[in-house]
Design a protein around this ligand. Structure first.
Ligand SMILES: [Zn+2]
Ligand SMILES: [Zn+2]
Length: 442
């Protein structure tokens, strides 16, 4: 498959990017069942074979936490190149990948023992192009996305040594010597782990000459960068998140990635916004959703009070009048126009949806028989049960009962897929039984 027309693994499994591990597994089971090559006529086998392979591949990557992070950040480039003996297909190479992951950004150091930095092999180096971008996930709260946020942080990055202008030498007159370690190639071959139990041969920049193929003798090296051509520099950067920004949106700090003397210009630092779950509000696009918790008395007679606090701390007052016995019912929905999330680059806002949740009184709320009679007198009288002719039961049994927490006991231990507990197991990690049960039902 050509690297530039790679398929989206999430599309292959037909799941959203936010799918949980359990959902990935479920989608894989479903896709694998419907596209298994053994189930199609001979003339379609080849296509089905390819489809099945890509489904398996998608599952393999998306079900592994590490691989999924790699895929989300770099796409299939993270897995295609660098396989032993694999042809160079012109995609992003592993050098770029590792450099993106570990280069530059402060706090991600400590990757010692893997050779001299992550400069790529000069043989593959695209000299004179823009440098690599650095991707970072940035978690934001819903409050921050509602109000907008500006944050400052210190970034440590490589900048071209201003003393030697990136040559690494003490002066222009002295020529560098060919490197003995790499015999002038600029790279050496190393075995590098690319996944659990998977190792690939990788050409890494020579640590003696920093990938140049030649280097200055100690006495001829630039005193400031000690021949490495770049120096580390701390810089204060500002990240501005406009109000109304969404999950997955990218904020680009142009040209703030590591500088490399071989690049025409440095790459960008790119932040991808990751919206944290909120305890009260759910968001979809520019709309918000929350529960509206009211009492039974309020559901029957109305209320006028601050019903919840908004993301900017404002109290949201709701006036529900219930003239002549109008009733708010459980899960009824109230829509408040213009109280959703701010719409980016505009003054308008989405809408706020509130689901009515009714809190019933606690046991023992009626103190005596007089109170019970009072409530009965106010509430509508239940209609007397009338049976149709011929349906009047001959025998009526008064039964005893107990109160239980939930339906868990319904069909428990019977192995029947319709048992309440069997449906819950389906949500667990181990859903093989659930999948079989679904098939058996059809
Ligand atoms: Zn220097
Ligand atoms: Zn060398």
């Amino acid at each position: 498959m050509a690297a530039n027309q790679e398929e989206d693994l999430y599309e292959v499994l037909n799941i959203p990017k936010t799918a949980t591990k359990a959902e990935v597994k479920k989608a894989y089971h479903k896709a694998a069942l419907t596209s298994h090559p053994d189930k199609v006529p001979d003339d379609q086998r080849e296509a089905a074979d390819a489809k099945f392979k890509s489904i398996s591949r998608a599952y393999e990557i998306l079900s592994d936490d590490n691989d999924r992070v790699l895929y989300d950040q770099h796409g299939m480039a993270a897995f295609q190149k660098g396989t032993p003996g694999g042809p160079s297909n012109g995609g992003v190479d592993m050098d770029d990948l590792f450099a993106q992951m570990f280069g530059g950004m402060g706090g991600m150091g400590g990757m010692g023992g893997m050779g001299g930095g992550f400069d790529s092999n000069p043989a593959q180096r695209r000299k004179g192009e823009k440098g690599r971008n650095e991707m970072q996930q940035y978690e934001v709260t819903l409050e921050e996305l509602y109000k907008g946020k500006t944050t400052k942080f210190a970034s440590t990055k490589s900048v071209i040594c201003d003393h030697c202008k990136g040559s690494g030498g003490k002066s222009d007159k002295i020529k560098p010597k060919p490197c003995g370690t790499c015999k002038g190639r600029g790279s050496t071959v190393q075995l590098v782990p690319v996944g659990p139990g998977l190792v690939t041969q990788k050409s890494v920049a020579c640590s003696t000459c920093h990938g140049m193929g030649s280097y200055y003798a100690d006495k001829d090296k630039c005193k400031k960068c000690k021949g490495s051509r770049t120096v580390k520099q701390k810089k204060l950067l500002e990240l501005y998140i406009p109000r109304g920004s969404r999950q997955g949106e990218r904020i680009v700090l142009a040209g703030e990635a590591d500088q490399n003397p071989d690049d025409a210009s440095p790459g960008d630092i790119i932040f991808e916004l990751s919206e944290a779950d909120h305890p009260i509000f759910e968001r979809a696009g520019d709309d918000l959703h929350a529960d509206l918790n009211i009492t039974l008395s309020e559901a029957l007679t109305g209320f006028n009070r601050v019903a919840l606090l908004h993301l900017d701390g404002r109290g949201i007052q709701i006036n529900v009048e219930q003239p002549s016995g109008k009733v708010l019912r459980p899960d009824e929905v109230i829509k408040v126009r213009g109280e959703g999330m701010p719409v980016k680059r505009s003054d308008s806002k989405g809408d706020l949806y509130l689901s009515v949740k009714i809190e019933f009184p606690k046991d023992g709320w009626l103190k005596d028989q007089a109170a019970v009679d009072k409530v009965r007198a106010v509430l509508p009288v239940p209609p007397e049960k009338k049976y149709k002719v011929g349906e009047t039961p001959d025998v009526v049994d008064e039964v005893s009962f107990e109160r239980v927490e939930n339906l868990e006991g319904f069909g428990a231990g019977s192995g029947d897929p319709r048992a309440a507990s069997a449906q819950w197991e389906d949500d667990d990690d181990d859903d093989d039984d659930g999948a079989q049960a679904q098939c058996a039902q059809q």
